[in-house]
Design a protein around this ligand. Structure first.
Ligand code: NAP
Length: 244
């Protein structure tokens, strides 16, 4: 009989960008990583890359906008491992037709919410029974400074001009999920926190970000590996607390 892995993590949207790097760093820390991706081809390729680097990684099909794929992913984890220790809700999108409140496309706002908020809620609900079976469950919601109401209300904030109603509000909603779920799960020993990667060079922003991908992954990796004395219900970038 093979020994079950000490720690099992699922990272959504992990075939590239910040999610791939979170998977890599968790793998390097000895975690068994389920690399979530909606494309089997891209997910298998990314998982093979991380395995070639020495990480213990397996591809898992999961599309945040396809409820059947979320159910199937939870069933596969239940059958394979019987529990989940870490969930990183990383998958997210922007949309060309998003924009300021006066002119953004409603279709675009709904499309963004479908993935960034409703998709993350659906994945979280599906994985919760498995996380409850962990001795030290951790949920990390990959949010954004753009989701901070405090930052959005501050005209002197570095990114104050970035008023994308759909994207920013989807991350504000994800922050609400973080706060409410942390309160609900406090007694269950499951820590729930939001990570702000910072402006990171990925496809999401046409590679215009100013941070490297490892810098962007740092906050989420830290929160995924929190000890029992770590915080819950907080919003953190690498090295500092972010305002809601
Ligand atoms: P990215 O390189 O575009 O990666 C996004 C990932 O999400 C891809 O793997 C993508 O898969 C996946 N994805 C999109 N829709 C999905 C769906 N319906 N189901 C499953 N996976 C889906 O972007 P990134 O910059 O690494 O973004 C990762 C997270 O960080 C996002 O939540 C983003 O909002 C957040 N963030 C990024 C920045 C930044 O500056 N980059 C700043 C703050 C927050 P495909 O390859 O199949 O499209």
């Amino acid at each position: 009989m093979t020994t079950p892995p000490a720690r099992i993590a699922l990272v959504t949207g992990a075939n590239k960008g910040i999610g791939l790097e979170i998977a890599r760093q968790l793998g390097r820390s000895g975690v068994h990583v389920l690399l979530g991706a909606r494309s089997a081809r891209l997910g298998e390729t990314a998982a093979a890359t991380l395995r070639s680097e020495g990480c213990d990684v397996r591809f898992l099909a999961i599309d945040l906008t396809a409820p059947a794929s979320i159910t199937a992913a939870a069933a596969a984890i239940s059958e394979g491992y019987g529990r989940l220790d870490v969930l990183v809700n990383n998958a997210g999108i922007t949309d060309q037709a998003d924009g300021p409140p006066s002119s953004c496309s409603m279709t675009s706002v709904r499309r963004i919410f479908d993935t960034n908020f409703f998709g993350s809620v659906a994945v979280t609900q599906a994985m919760l029974p498995l996380l409850r079976r962990s001795a030290a469950g951790r949920i990390v919601n990959v949010s954004s400074g753009l989701g901070s109401l405090t930052h959005n209300a501050d005209p002197s904030w570095e990114f104050a001009r970035v008023k994308l109603l759909g994207y920013n509000a989807s991350k504000t909603a994800l922050n609400m999920l973080t706060v409410q779920l942390a309160a609900e799960l406090r007694d269950a020993g499951i820590k729930v926190n939001a990570a702000d990667p910072g402006y990171t060079k990925t496809d999401l922003n046409g590679q215009r970000g100013t941070q490297t991908i490892p810098q962007g992954a740092a906050a989420a990796v830290h929160l995924a590996l929190l000890g029992n004395d770590g915080p819950t219900g907080g919003f953190f970038s690498a090295g500092r607390t972010e305002p809601w």
